[in-house]
Design a protein around this ligand. Structure first.
Ligand SMILES: Nc1ncnc2c1ncn2[C@@H]1O[C@H](COP(=O)(O)OP(=O)(O)OP(=O)(O)O)[C@@H](O)[C@H]1O
Ligand SMILES: Nc1ncnc2c1ncn2[C@@H]1O[C@H](COP(=O)(O)OP(=O)(O)OP(=O)(O)O)[C@@H](O)[C@H]1O
Ligand SMILES: [Mg+2]
Ligand SMILES: [Mg+2]
Lengths: 476, 476
């Protein structure tokens, strides 16, 4: 007879940790560092704070080349975590502050826990979290493990102390099995690319040999934090509407539409309800299941709604992206002026997929310094996170490799020195896995990336034609 | 101030249903059908029952081309579900009978719930489950919805009735939004490929226009169901060992090793504990955290263990695979005998990755009937499931497209008529997502697929050389 069993969310992601990017000791130390750094960057940007992030990886035991035991420590000057929620924030899978409609790196309520979990299952390590939410707050010190089968924290220590230095921020430290020598190139590349896409952050990395890497900020201006938005009517289904109906105090369906969805005024609500042929005076709490289905289908099909509000997004901007690209590729302003190098960037207008707003930013760079390896050099970013793995499965690669005719832009793919940068910003990045390494080819997103690259491609073509022309002139 | 929230596993997979293969109305009806059919096939094979599966998709309302409302009904003659667990089996995410170390299609405790959930959020549908676990058991009739925020079933009806027809099996029925016209080619291809890899199953499909498709069994012999196995010492970590230690009644570490892991006898246990330098007489319950880490690391590094026991696997076998390939490609025995077509299959010996046993089966077929489309024609299977999406991200495609030098085997990729079949069987298929569409390039798995194709490639080369030779002979 079959034996039935329920497992917790923590147990699910423990058993399937490879799906979250924790396959091997080398891949896992990369995932650990990126999950913690992304938490720190979110915490700083939310507070409008120029991020100062310190990452130290120290070797404790075992071989230096190959899997050994390491100590991971990440410190930030972000908004901190209130003492009473620290245990759940780090000890309960599917718990967090990013289940909102606004652009953040975090989205699943899982990443930090996975990092701690991997350390725990490889070294039996406990995790120490130190945090303060403000110069006037006390400093919380929590040491915990995760009870994986129950999906809850096991508190080893939980106290607070006076905040003499008036510090605000968070420190995370725990032991983990890691293969640093194998992961090193990707970890360093992750920091370098983070420096492009987060040019207002200082990141310091101390590696196991004590080497210090500093990625200094190029600007102190932190963009305004994205603000939470209400759902757009194109992005809902019966479940979302049902939840809204339970909580609403609206007296009519018209008021319900205006209060629960973004950018719906009296006129739009009235016209929509006519289109949906749903009575306007009806009490929203009296809507039957059938009415809800009718309402949701009408919402999906009505084209009179305003496009989604993009204040929930926080793109980088064309100037900062250009600055970051020049810095990463070592292109000087002089080279740009004399025409021996070229950079063009573009921010598209907000678009949507499934009711979620998104913005595409792209950049193209041509410079003799770019070493071509027989294929297009592509840099991918999502919500200011560099994506370094699974390029072949990503929508940007699909566009760049199969949908752009590069000869149209005077480029021989893999030969002409060229780097392509794609940044996708959204309240819901269509990642294909919880490991956040590649983006699904949602038609609207694919289409926007394609159009963005075509647009900057024309600028590149102009530059390459000019240079070709000059070269021919010189020969005569 | 940040607002913290916990969400249930059902809410997580509702919000991220695209990760599970429920992106659009056309992709979702494909995922719905495959998840239910895979549950039915598992239920039959577990009982050694030749599967008779009936799938009916009927149109209820809305356009016939484009998203409309459909009724899905799947019936099987499998082992059924006990009445008391039906609500959780279909109403609680991360609940099921397949969290064991044996080869099954199901693995996450999620698929059936996702199908029901998608129907519920698009049409407010409830699901009707009818099941009996044996001719002597009563028939259970349950109607339920899923409370997504609480991750528990909401029972609308729950009764049993006398089993007059002495029936055993399961019937699932619910409404869902679907775009059948768009999904049809893939759904039919899924059934066709299932017929190759499950040649002992009868599948009947009635489509929305009332058309009947019958995929008849080629044999009544059902392979023996895989048996559950204990973990292999190479596949464990501190968490798994800790759970075993809590439950064990072993009086010594040596007895603990023998009782909890597969294929460890007295001698192996004794030699291993010498290697691990852990006292043999020690009470396993007195092992400290440090001891556990020491034990786990020693297990990973000790190479004196027997390779994993493959009775937990259930491959198809070379003969049945060849039969299925000939049937799918319309190759007759006469064509094989006269040399105008060729099929070769191979089952590799069991191998392992991360302590999980796996077996690779491959097939190559060359026949004038195979229309080449400028690229290698690849059929992928995992645990007797056809994988139809995300080919470019799959380890088999990586091997076939970038690691095999086909000219070595007298094949011009994309021109020479050739079909490649790869079947991976394991207690844990290294899927990259919960949508079960592509397999990660775990080095051991990639290596085995490569060696398997090279092996059958030599047979193909022999055949193609012979034919080339005969063609040259004819010309003289
Ligand atoms: N360094 C930090 N500073 C402030 N808050 C933090 C920090 N790290 C984690 N948190 C809080 O803990 C929560 C859980 O983090 P976790 O990484 O597990 O999930 P997430 O970031 O919300 O989503 P994701 O799984 O996508 O990373 C966060 O939502 C955030 O509120
Ligand atoms: N047709 C069926 N006959 C018998 N048992 C079934 C059937 N369908 C589902 N079940 C039972 O319900 C459980 C849950 O099914 P579900 O598809 O949600 O998860 P799973 O098959 O275990 O894993 P996966 O998410 O990988 O499909 C199964 O484990 C099985 O015990
Ligand atoms: Mg996070
Ligand atoms: Mg299933």
């Amino acid at each position: 007879a079959e034996v039935f069993q329920e497992i917790s969310a923590a147990d699910f992601f423990y058993r399937n940790r490879d799906i979250a990017g924790f396959t091997s000791p080398s891949r896992s130390i990369y995932s650990t560092i990126r999950e913690l750094v992304e938490n720190s960057l979110d915490a700083c940007e939310t507070g409008g704070i120029p991020p100062d992030i310190y990452v130290r990886l120290s070797h404790e035991s075992g071989p230096l080349d190959g899997p050994g035991t390491y100590i991971v420590r990440v410190e930030d000057n972000g908004i901190g975590i209130p003492a009473n929620v620290i245990p759940s924030a780090f000890g309960q899978v599917l718990y967090g502050s990013k289940y909102k409609l606004r652009q953040t790196r975090g989205t699943f309520g899982l990443g930090g826990k996975m990092a701690l979990l991997y350390g725990q299952i490889t070294t039996h390590s406990e995790a120490a979290i130190t945090s303060s939410t403000g110069s006037k707050s006390r400093i919380a010190e929590v040491v915990l493990r995760i009870d994986i089968q129950q999906n809850k924290p096991v508190i080893v220590k939980n106290k607070t102390r006076t905040n003499k230095p008036h510090w605000q921020g968070t420190i995370i430290e725990f032991k983990t099995e890691a293969d640093y020598s194998r992961a090193m190139p990707r970890i360093l590349e992750y920091f370098k690319q983070t420096a492009i896409i987060v040019p207002y952050a200082n990141i310091t990395f101390v590696d196991p040999r004590g080497r210090l890497y500093k990625f200094l900020r190029g600007t102190t201006k932190v963009p305004p934090a994205p603000t939470e938005t209400s759902p757009h009517p194109h992005g809902v289904d019966v479940e979302t509407v049902q939840r809204m109906l339970k909580l609403t105090n609206a007296k009519s369906v018209q008021e319900f539409m205006r209060k629960n969805f973004q950018r719906i005024g009296e006129t739009t609500a009235r016209k929509f309800l006519q289109f949906a042929s749903l009575g306007q005076k009806k009490n929203p709490r009296n809507l039957s299941g059938q009415d809800m289905v009718k309402l949701v289908n009408a919402m999906k099909n009505y084209d009179g709604f305003l496009s989604p509000d993009p204040t929930c997004l926080s793109p980088l901007g064309e100037n900062l992206l250009e600055t970051g690209i020049k810095k990463e590729l070592g292109i000087t302003d002089q080279e740009i002026e004399t025409g021996s190098a070229f950079v063009t960037t573009l921010q598209r207008r907000p678009a949507t997929y499934a009711g979620f707003p998104f913005i595409i930013e792209v950049g193209l760079a041509s410079s003799k310094q770019i070493e071509m390896q027989g294929k297009i050099l592509l840099f991918r970013f999502a919500n200011k996170i560099p994506l370094l793995f699974d390029e072949a499965s990503d929508v940007s690669w699909k566009v760049v490799d199969t949908e752009i005719d590069w000869r149209n832009y005077k480029v021989i793919p893999g030969e002409t020195p060229l780097a392509v940068f794609v940044h996708v910003c959204s309240t819901k990045i269509p990642y294909k896995t919880v490991g956040k390494e590649f983006i699904a080819d949602r038609p609207e997103v694919e289409h926007e990336i394609l159009n963005a690259i075509r647009e900057v491609g024309r600028n590149l073509r102009l530059y390459l034609s000019k240079r070709e022309h000059l070269t021919q002139e010189k020969r005569r």
